[in-house]
Write a protein of this length. Sequence first.
Length: 290
Amino acid sequence: MATYRGRFAPSPTGPLHAGSLVAALASWLDARAHGGAWLVRIEDVDTPRCVPGADRLILQQLATCGLVSDEPVLWQSQRGDRYQQALDRLIDQGHAYPCGCSRKDVEAALQAQGVSRERHHIAVYPGTCRPENGGLHGKPARAWRFQIPAPVDVNWTDRRLGPQTQNVATEVGDFILQRADGLWAYQLAVVVDDAAQGITHVVRGEDLTDNTARQLLLQQALGLTTPAYLHTPLVLGANGEKLSKQNGAEPLDLGDPLIALNAAAHALGLPPQTGSVSQALTAWAEVWPA
C-alpha cells in the first residue's frame, strides 16, 4: 500500500468557520493516525469568488489550531498549465468536447424536452453540443465538457458512509472542465492536483460526496489512481442548512483555539480534551480509527 498522503483544500472565499475546521481536523487526524503526511492546498481557481488575503488568513487560522502542512502549500491558481495538459489529453482521447451553450440554452433545451428540475438541483446537461448531436451547431465554443461514457452506475465505498452509487450520465450529464470565462472547473483541478501530490486518502465534508463519481470518471479517463474517500459530518446552521460562508457562517473565534477544536472534535464524535492544543491533537489522533 502506498504511504498515506492526505490533504485539506480550502477555497479562500473568506476565513475558516466551524464547519471548515471539522474537515481540517478530521483530515489531519486521519493522516496522523495512519502515520502519513498532511498537505494543505489552496483551491483558488474560481478567482472571482476569492477574497484577497483570505488564503493567508486561513493558513494562520490553521496554524493557531496546530494544523500545519507537512509540505509547502500549493495554490491552484499557479497551476493552469497542468490543467491545460490534462484537458488536451482528454480532447485527444475523445473524452472532451467544446460546448457553445449558455445556462439559458441548457434550461431551454431541458424545457423543450419536458424536463423539470427542483430548485437548487443541478441541471442535467442534455448533450446538445456532443459531436454525435451535431457539435456546436454554428455557435462559438464557450466551454469544454467531459463526455460521460455509457450511462452506467459509478460505484465506490466511502469509509464513513459506506457503499455509494451515482449514474453521472442521468444525474449530472456531461460536466464542465473549463468554463466559458476560461477558468478551470473544480472537478478537473482537484483530480489533477490530487494525482500530482500523490494523495492516497481524501477526507472532506459530506456536502462534497456528490462530486466523487465525476472525479472517479476523470481519474479513469486520465489513467490516474483513485484515492480512498471519507466524507465527514456537516455542521448545520440555525436554519438547519449546511453551515457555510454563503449561509452566514461566522469566522472562527480563535481567542482560545482549544474551544474551537473541542467543538470540531465533538462533531466528529471525539471526547473533549484539556491542556494544550498539541496535547489535545495527540490525544485525538490516538483514538481516531486508522
